[in-house]
Design a protein around this ligand. Sequence first.
Ligand code: ZN
Length: 475
Amino acid sequence: MIRKNYYSLQRVMAMLAVFAIFAMPVSVFTQTKISYHSNKYKPADDVRAGRQAAAEAEQQFPLLNDAQTNNYVSRVGMRLVSAIPPEFQHPEFQYYFKVINASDINAFALPGGPMYVNRGMIEAARNEGEMAGVMAHELSHVALRHGTAQASKAQKYGLLAGILGIGGQILGGPAGAAAQVAGQGVGVYFLKFSREYETEADILGAQIMARAGYDPRDLANMFQTIERQSGGGGGGFMSSHPSPANRYARINQEAQYLRIVNPVRDSREFAQVQSRLRGMGRAPSMQEIARSGQRYPNGENTGNTGNYPNNPPGGRVGYPSTQYQNYSEFGGALRVSVPSNWRELGGNNSVWFAPEGAYGQSQNQVVFTHGVNFGVFQAQSTNLQQGTNEFLNSLGGNLRQQSGYQRTTISGRTGLSMTLNNVNEATGRAEIITVVTTQLRNGQLFYMIAVAPSNEFNSYQSAFRNILRSVQLND
Ligand SMILES: [Zn+2]
């Protein structure tokens, strides 16, 4: 399933170099120490509230349909995530980054990890550092758990009914969130923070910038860019992020104490993405989006799939959603549930489900880095184990078996499961492949293949298990 070379060796080495940066220790002198506010919620509550809000947001705002931009923004985002100081990392959080096709200079992040960057923000930034600055600021609100800290405080006064109320607070409301958003900028309605929280997000944002290889002064510069471009009124981002006194000076002061680790110097990709966006024609404003009243029900607002199948895999991939969507395949012979942020990519007797950024085309092959594949194989042998051997041999590639066969159950039938190691020939990364087989009533072999990069496999295991458990064969 994974065949032709996509990236040159240099490109792979460059990727490795980027990963090496993450592991570098950071030396600091007297940077400001930030700490958490009291919070009655657990990190898992942040994730739950944010996920609910994100689902609603994605029905209200048009996501940008451009793989190159989305992959690029995700890569910058994940570089910043990796630079969050250890004391503010939460293993439960699931960071991902999407671009909203709106002209306003704005961005927002939701508890537990989802972040949305407006196209207008990317177009307005003067360089990658400025764009990353806003993202680092938003990321800091999430890492510091400002959303639930604020809700904890509000609850003391009986203003919120509970954690589930947060999603409602963020997005519900009689007039609908989009209408609220229109006049004030998204952040007001989502999460408007006090100046104290804003200062913390500026300072932690500056620290994250430096650890990620960006000049933290670009965060300060971006606030000036925003003020300049929104005509002094400071609408959009500024109305949702009230400016603390001396914001610009405070960030620059912090910057003096920060050492920029392995500075990011290559700005070609930012320039490419920006000119690409500018060539796309005008994006609607948030106000126009609200006025149109258009909704994007689940599955229709598919973000970066427009360029499929020309987008190469190897970009950062969002974690599997914990919401699942049902599919019926092969004329109803297979029913299965897969994470709702995965896409169906079908053939006649083989179908893939994969997240955005996890597939692309190389020559005449579609290659995958993450996802599951179902299909039917005609084996010579009617013995399950021998048939499975034939199937594995037919896959070719550099597959090396990691485990022996294990007995399992699939749709109430006896099945076999095994784990294999492979090197993805598109990305050069080590990956783990799990193959599960069983027999159909006509003697054909039914298979499920699950694949993810080795270092990410643990994050996908529960999704793969859930998918396997959901399989229903009706042959
Ligand atoms: Zn803020």
